[in-house]
Design a binder for this molecule. Structure first.
Ligand SMILES: NC(=O)c1ccc[n+]([C@@H]2O[C@H](COP(=O)([O-])OP(=O)(O)OC[C@H]3O[C@@H](n4cnc5c(N)ncnc54)[C@H](OP(=O)(O)O)[C@@H]3O)[C@@H](O)[C@H]2O)c1
Length: 422
């Protein structure tokens, strides 16, 4: 069956979960059945029917939404899901536990795919096992379409495109600043984090993936000059203030480096990118950066030690299916800024891109991010030369995603850096 003859445009796989439900809500709010043939996918028919009834009640444009049943542990059911639709958007995690058979099924069916994974050990495994097959099948498997890593990856792409257009060259240094944010976490996210730390304890490839800054680059290209994630307080090379390590750097920086590699190194082989949390200047800036660094170090140590990790999972973390309240989601927000420094014929320049949202980053904003990434795949709105492979948001979709995100209510800006704006 050709991809255009499918019954559905898009299946939201895992739509009964915390993130999946928000994705289904966003899509039914933003689009109508005239524009989108949508289906809700999952394993539990009763819960899916309850969700469908709630969505139809809230959105008058939708009379009924088809339901697709399957199970992540039943590959045959996943093949049926993949064959029914042009695109699968999956929020079923931990991906290390549940994700692989769906990637296989989508490549076999030629169905484009996007997910929310931040489990880079699993992404590395998928790259090594399936990238060539996905290229061969001309199928886009786009990982990390949530808060990690669309804002960092897309803002870097926007900075680099602006630099090329306005200054005729790309930026050799990119700094990603997690400026501000408020939000909660879900049981599914904590379960995925536990799975990542477990893998780092037991699997040497997972450990190597977390250590090597280039671990998500294509095979044979996994080294370079970038020293990788910052681990201690440092002064910033572009802004006169202190910075602390960012917890998302380990994922976002690798995704951005993979984008550069997959696109054929348009930003150069010497390209460096680092994600940080800015904490201000002077002694208070240093104190803030030291506190964040220490907190992150303690959290990493606690999660790396099996008994404390297991204790937290059982006694402290929310259970899968539990997440932030609607109020927490609606009162959340984030701002992420990327600065890129390059050198044109008439001297150095700095380009800035900023992406922000008035929803909590991990759920309210993430639902918009992955939904609009999926819509770009459904509508084939990409400016990437790549039409198949294990891709990143920048290399699998590209700048058209910025327009869709603006239409969905996010602020996405790019321009020459005005130091006063920080
Ligand atoms: N990148 C980001 O920024 C970002 C943000 C948020 C979340 N995430 C990731 O997204 C994932 C989901 O998070 P969440 O909080 O939404 O988790 P969740 O609430 O636990 O939802 C998980 C979903 O998976 C379904 N599921 C579980 N086992 C299944 C199976 N065997 N077959 C089919 N479906 C199955 C669940 O179905 P039932 O309802 O039937 O149990 C539920 O719909 C996690 O990996 C998390 O780390 C990433």
């Amino acid at each position: 069956m050709s991809n255009t003859d499918r019954k559905y445009d898009l299946v939201v796989w895992g739509s009964t979960g915390v993130a999946g439900r928000l994705v289904a809500e966003h899509l039914t709010e933003q689009y109508t059945p005239d524009h989108l043939s949508l289906a809700l996918g999952g394993r539990n028919e009763t819960r899916l029917e309850e969700l469908e009834a709630a969505l139809v009640e809230r959105r008058s444009a939708w009379n009924d939404i088809p339901i697709v049943i399957g199970d992540a542990t039943d590959p045959e059911s996943l093949h049926a899901v993949a064959e029914s639709t042009r695109v699968v958007c999956t929020t079923v995690g931990p991906y290390t536990t549940y994700g692989t058979p769906l990637v296989e099924a989508c490549i076999a069916a030629g169905t484009d795919y996007c997910d929310l994974t931040g489990e880079i050990n699993w992404v590395r495994e998928m790259i090594d096992r399936y990238h060539d097959a996905a290229v061969e099948a001309d199928t886009r498997i786009v990982h990390s379409c949530g808060f990690d890593s669309i804002p960092a990856d897309l803002a870097t792409l926007l900075v680099q495109s602006f630099a090329r257009d306005e200054f005729g060259t790309s930026c050799d240094l990119v700094r990603i600043y997690l400026e501000d944010g408020r939000g909660g976490v879900s049981g599914g996210t904590m379960d995925s984090l536990v799975t990542l730390f477990q893998a780092a304890n037991t699997d040497p490839v997972a450990r190597q993936t977390l250590r090597n800054p280039y671990s998500l680059a294509p095979k044979g290209e996994r080294d370079g000059i970038d020293p990788g994630t910052q681990s201690v307080p440092k002064t910033d090379p572009l802004r006169s203030e202190w910075t602390a390590p960012s917890p998302m750097a380990v994922v976002n920086e690798r995704v951005v480096r993979r984008s550069n590699a997959l696109l054929g190194y348009p930003w150069g082989r010497e390209f460096e990118c680092t994600e940080v949390i800015p904490t201000g200047d002077g002694l208070s800036g240093l104190a803030g950066a030291s506190a964040v660094s220490a907190g992150l170090g303690i959290a990493t140590a606690v999660m790396s030690f099996g008994p404390t990790r297991e204790g937290l999972r059982r006694l402290v973390f929310p259970d899968p299916g539990e997440g932030p309240t609607r109020e927490e989601i609606e009162n959340g927000y984030f701002t992420l800024r990327v600065l890129g420094r390059g050198t044109a014929t008439d001297g150095p320049f700095v380009v800035e891109s900023e992406i922000s949202a008035d929803r909590d980053p991990g759920y309210g904003a993430t639902a918009k991010l992955i939904s609009e990434a999926a819509m770009c795949l459904v509508r084939d709105e990409t400016d990437s030369p790549l039409t198949g492979g294990l891709l990143t948001p920048a290399s699998g979709i590209g700048t058209p995603l910025a327009d869709r995100l603006r239409q969905a209510g996010l602020a996405v800006d790019v321009g020459e850096w005005n130091e006063q704006s920080v």
